[in-house]
Design a protein around this ligand. Structure first.
Ligand SMILES: Nc1ncnc2c1ncn2[C@@H]1O[C@H](COP(=O)(O)OP(=O)(O)O)[C@@H](O)[C@H]1O
Ligand SMILES: [Mg+2]
Length: 427
């Protein structure tokens, strides 16, 4: 219920709406609302359920008062409210359950305050005073940043190379480390793991978008995207596998457009099949990360993807990231041979780390969050730093960058043994 990605353009909204379960509560509320200059007509009968119904079809107010008295499962209902309530609204709840755990859980799910019934005029004044202060507080998030939007596509050269793992990690790092509001768009519509890997329910947003591209606008984005953290939102789906994907791609284009205005970064987890069906998906992408493995098949497809990128997104900066690199030799193809056949360097190498991958999956966290300071995460962190600085320098707009890459192999000591002939190069 607070907006990480949008300037809080909520000044035009109604200042106040209330949903109360009984006349006594309404009576206590009316004079206070009047004192604050709010219309008492906005005090509606019916508690949380009515609030959810009403907000799903109308604009949210600046301050929302909801009575939880008739709710059997307040926490669950508050989460349902969060789905229909527009970001920025300050929510104050009231109820008769005196339980500090409930209070904490409610506050954790975004409620500004929980007032114990019966209500006293003074506690209402105080709560509304705080709410107004919240709304008037300077929004430190928005003032500082005015960067161009950057769209980053992550493409796996083969299935299972870890493209989704890398995409989720990039998005998380851009949001958490680089502090940029970030959207993760998982275009593996049937089998996507964008939400699952972050321990989230994907929701119906992406499926609705595909079904009704014309409905996609800023408000749709705000409502459909699932919040993973303060600065990271996800659009992912688990579309029923008995229904083929029917789309001309308009929805994806529209989604990218809207994300461009709503976020600073968009990370698109782009399955190869999507790229074949909807090549225009990469036309506005500034950065592409091709995730590969050191295998023959992956070398072949990296070559084909690099050449495809050259003709379909010649402006994009392309990085090649080799993932799941086994340390003990036993490679199907050496790094040197791989680089020889793709006719360029591998930019980043991420070691095979079964333990960390399993831990990340168990925790429902991105690989880089589960292994924050690990050697496995280091190259991904370095890639994000390079992406961020290239975006800031406007480097992404300067022209074709294909073929240019910076090897960071020198930074990862344990990998050096794999490449005896390569001189470590400091970045
Ligand atoms: N560096 C790594 N070391 C070990 N396992 C990894 C690594 N990167 C990804 N994985 C695992 O590989 C599997 C496939 O990853 P995923 O990201 O779903 O691949 P893709 O999207 O390319 O099909 C997952 O189980 C993931 O946890
Ligand atoms: Mg995937």
């Amino acid at each position: 219920m607070n907006a990480p990605w949008k300037p809080s353009g909520i000044a035009h909204r109604d200042p106040f709406t209330a949903f109360v379960c009984d006349e006594t509560t309404a009576e206590t509320l009316r004079p206070i609302a009047a004192e604050l200059g709010w219309s008492t007509d906005k005090i509606n009968k019916g508690g949380l359920r009515n609030a959810i119904q009403s907000l799903s079809v109308s604009a949210s107010p600046q301050i929302l008062f909801v009575d939880l008295a008739e709710s059997g499962d307040p926490l669950n209902d508050i989460n349902a409210l969060a789905e229909v309530c527009e970001p920025g609204t300050v929510v104050i709840a009231a109820g008769q359950v005196n339980d500090v755990r409930l209070y904490r859980d409610l506050v954790a799910s975004g409620i500004q305050d929980y007032l114990l019934k019966p209500l006293q005029p003074d506690m209402l004044r105080e709560a509304f005073g705080h709410a107004q202060a919240m709304l008037n507080a300077p929004k430190h998030v928005e003032v500082a940043v005015d960067r161009p939007h950057s769209a980053i596509a992550v493409i796996g050269a083969r299935g299972g190379v870890g493209a989704s793992t890398i995409a989720t990690s990039l998005a998380w790092l851009l949001a958490d480390k680089e502090k940029r509001s970030t959207a993760l768009l998982d275009l593996d519509v049937h089998f996507g793991t964008g939400a699952l890997s972050l321990d989230l329910e994907p929701g119906r947003g992406l499926i609705d978008a595909i079904d009704n591209p014309s409905r996609i606008d800023g408000l749709f984005i705000e409502r459909a995207m699932v919040r993973a953290s303060d600065k990271l939102s996800v659009l992912s789906a688990e579309a029923p596998i008995n229904a083929p994907l029917v789309t001309d791609g308009a929805a994806f284009h529209q989604l990218q457009e809207e994300m461009r205005t709503a976020f600073e970064c968009t990370v698109v987890d782009l399955p190869r099949s999507m790229l074949v069906a909807h090549p225009h998906l990469v036309t506005d992408v500034q950065i592409a990360v091709i995730v590969t493995e050191l295998t023959l098949a992956a070398a072949r497809d990296t070559i084909r993807l690099l050449s495809w990128m050259k003709s379909n997104a010649s402006e994009a900066t392309v990085f090649v990231l080799a993932n799941r690199l086994h340390a003990g030799g036993q490679l199907e193809i050496t790094r040197k041979d791989f680089e020889g056949s793709i006719e360029r360097k591998i930019d980043y190498i991420v070691p095979f780390d079964q333990k960390l991958a399993a831990q990340a999956a168990k925790l429902g966290k991105p690989l880089v969050e589960a292994g924050k300071n690990s050697k496995t995460a280091a190259p991904i962190v370095a890639l994000v730093a390079e992406i961020a600085s290239s975006v800031d320098a406007g480097a992404a707009q300067e022209g074709p960058k294909l073929g240019k890459g910076t090897s960071l192999i020198g930074k990862f000591g344990e990998l050096r043994s794999l490449m005896p002939k390569r001189k470590p190069k400091a970045k």
